[in-house]
Ligand binder design. Sequence first.
Ligand code: FAD
Length: 376
Amino acid sequence: MNDRTLNRPPTAIVVGGSLAGLMTSLTLSRVGVAVTLLERSGPGRSRGGGLLVSDGLVERVTGWGLVPGSPRVPTTLSGGMHSWHTIFTALYAAVEHDPGVTVIHNARVTSADQGDSAAWATADDGRVFRADVVIGADGHRSVVRAAVAPSHPDATFAGYLVWIATMEETGLPESIRGHRAFDQNVFLGDDDAMLLGGSFPGEDGGTERGRRTIGWAVYDSTHNDLLYRNGNVQGSVVHHSVSADEIPDELAEQLARMGRGRWSPQWTEVMQASLRAGRVIGTPISEYVPHHVVNGRLAIVGDAAHVATPMTGSGFTQALDDAEVLADVIEAAARRGLDGRLIADALLKYEKKRLRSAQSSVQSGQTFSRRFSPAA
Ligand SMILES: Cc1cc2nc3c(=O)[nH]c(=O)nc-3n(C[C@H](O)[C@H](O)[C@H](O)COP(=O)(O)OP(=O)(O)OC[C@H]3O[C@@H](n4cnc5c(N)ncnc54)[C@H](O)[C@@H]3O)c2cc1C
């Protein structure tokens, strides 16, 4: 690292434009960092499932709407459960309104590296993006992690998958639309099959019966042979989810059998409707306990840094904590006149503040995984 004091705003490349990448871009921009966000896919994506959000999330990560004269938050989120899609849309709208963040889609990063005066990310088409720091928010199969922790680069398969979907109630059969079975979050099952289900505001924000979004996840350790056969899991590494066209025809019947005596028939019907609508994906669960989340000018956040079973319900909050702490330490360093050594020191402070909590949230989930996976 050289000791050149910067007379310009600090710069960051954030790799990965999902929830962790969007939140990190916004918190960094809030403290004056000029951010370039690289995302391998095109704009506009969706994913199943719901997440618990605290009130005022978008205000918190942007700093907007908190003091008179600051910009208005384009899409606010109330506290409570929301679909992944609703949260993504609100954060993405904020990023689009933020002049401090430049989003580049269709930029698939293949490696990250660093020198004395910069860090850089290289895309598969040969483009090289340089900045003071590179932050990997590129999920459980992170490329940036390979440069941060070369001796411990891979998350490993936890031994089961989660079938997951969301359905608008308006798209459900009349017999179960608006049913009171969906009024409360459920957590039902045993060590062989487990259902997490609940409802959250529908696409139009409606919370009354008949207008909600119903979300469900079934933990399943009986389809691991399918995952290995189709290459979803190779060795101990998860490569990709089970897409709608890979889902076995008999899954609806199997889910119904799993549900018998474990959860009410309305939940089985929602699952069958989701399968018919092609809304179900199967996500093989992986886990990663970090040893390091920083190497010089490179750092990782969100699932790139720590992957816990969704059973912990902690991945999103951990990603938010990463984003906030990272911005705090970079802001403090920038106030002292940011130079190469200070950048590395600031990132090490991030590691010091976040590592223990990230490790223990993954480890707490491993207790469940060891019991639930068939290898246990
Ligand atoms: C089935 C399931 C259920 C879950 N349920 C919960 C829950 O109930 N509560 C909770 O708190 N958490 C839950 N989580 C975890 C939570 O969703 C994540 O921890 C959180 O969303 C942060 O994800 P992320 O943005 O770090 O990673 P991801 O969502 O994986 O995003 C990574 C992004 O990086 C991009 N990318 C990847 N590689 C590259 C590359 N080489 N170049 C450029 N871009 C790249 C991807 O396209 C993607 O946009 C769940 C996760 C799963 C899988």
